[in-house]
Ligand binder design. Structure first.
Ligand code: NDP
Length: 335
């Protein structure tokens, strides 16, 4: 059990950190189903009805969240989701941490159903390929393996979600409910479902290069995220104490060497390299598998701009000095 950041009324909420256990239990149950002969490949034929159902479920949940938020005390409301415009507030979310007893609805939806659902859909696509062609292709195995690693990593580091914008700042409304329950499992598994319909023969050299690209992306993503987490939790920790930093008026310091001296968002760079590695196994015959890289680039460029604005407002001149020392945002010498 871990505590979240301090809320407006000075209290902190408690959160169970057992997402990784949930993944292990889910994967164990899936393997049991496979052993019992359950045709997981049927998920391929059910993709559209399931996506429609989860979208319907997101609407139902959002209506519940919107209506129940009117019983929440004023200090429990999100700053951005209370404009008085019902459509906008329904979309962005009025209440910050809606709970039923101790069960935190936003925290639960944020990582578990979507990310674990994504792994389940991917495995279903792999089984469909086995049904159709008697074996799983190398391309399908790579896509499944890369994305399972990403999901396992997010759930292993579940505690880190407690300091993200989604948990700290945003209310729980349709945007997050739809994103978590419908968008992630069905849009992020596009490469695996594409490979069912468009088989790709991947050579050894191409596969090695793609594995290397995913490995480099993952290394940058994990190392940079961990370096900042360690630095924010304990700046005197031996792994970060020798890094160069600059002081800010808030008392917090900013890293200007190490990963955060390479570009101002090295974790986004790693994430994007991985996104490319997930699309490349699908070959170049179609644009569809590259949808994720394109969409994710737009999402992270926009997110970076939003974060940059918040940091400039928080740190003023110190942030400008950081930008002068580290001129590139995400891609060294490019952007
Ligand atoms: P970040 O982890 O990038 O955090 C940004 C914050 O880090 C800033 O607000 C600032 O906060 C601190 N910071 C910035 N620069 C420095 C510095 N030089 N030294 C020390 N602290 C600094 O935020 P995100 O939540 O956007 O990303 C987390 C991860 O999640 C990323 O790897 C991202 O790629 C991934 N992600 C994945 C998504 C997906 O759909 N797959 C969607 C969104 C994100 P402060 O100073 O207050 O500590």
């Amino acid at each position: 059990v871990s505590e979240g950041l301090v809320l407006k009324n000075g209290t902190r909420l408690q959160y169970p950190i057992n997402g990784f256990h949930a993944l292990v239990v889910s994967v164990g149950l899936l393997l049991l189903l496979l052993w019992l002969g359950v045709p997981l490949g049927s998920l391929f034929d059910l993709l559209l009805p399931l996506a429609v159902c989860t979208t319907g479920l997101s609407f139902l949940l959002s209506f519940y969240l919107y209506i129940s938020s009117f019983w929440a005390p004023p200090h429990a409301l999100a700053p951005g989701g209370n404009t008085g415009n019902p459509l906008y507030d329904f979309f962005i979310g009025r209440e910050l941490n809606p709970r039923i007893g101790n069960f935190d609805l936003k925290y639960f939806c944020e990582l578990r159903p979507g990310l674990i659902g994504w792994v389940v859909v991917n495995l279903g696509m792999l089984m469909k390929e086995v049904e159709l062609r008697d074996e799983a292709s190398l391309a399908m195995l790579l896509v499944n393996g890369f994305q399972l690693l990403y999901v396992a990593d997010a759930l292993w580091n579940e505690e880190a979600v407690l300091t993200t914008m989604d948990i700290v700042h945003d209310g729980f409304g349709f945007m997050l409910a739809f994103g978590d329950l419908a968008w992630v499992p069905f849009a992020y598994s596009l490469q695996a479902s594409f490979l069912v319909v468009h088989p790709v023969e991947l050579g050894g050299a191409a596969a090695t290069a793609i594995v290397l690209l995913n490995g480099i992306g993952y290394y940058i993503f994990r190392k940079s995220n961990s370096q900042k987490n360690v630095f924010r939790r304990d700046p005197k920790h031996p792994s970060v104490s020798s890094l160069e930093t600059i002081a800010t008026a808030t008392g917090k310091r900013l890293l200007v060497s190490g990963w955060w001296g390479l570009v101002r968002h090295p974790n986004y760079l790693g994430d994007l390299l991985m996104a490319l590695a997930w699309s490349l196994p699908c070959g170049f015959s179609h644009l569809l598998p590259y949808f994720y890289v394109g969409y994710f680039t737009v999402l992270l460029v926009h997110r970076e701009a939003r974060d940059e604005r918040q940091c400039r407002a928080k740190y003023g001149q110190a942030w400008d000095a950081y930008c002068q020392r580290v001129p590139y945002r995400i891609f060294p010498y490019l952007y």
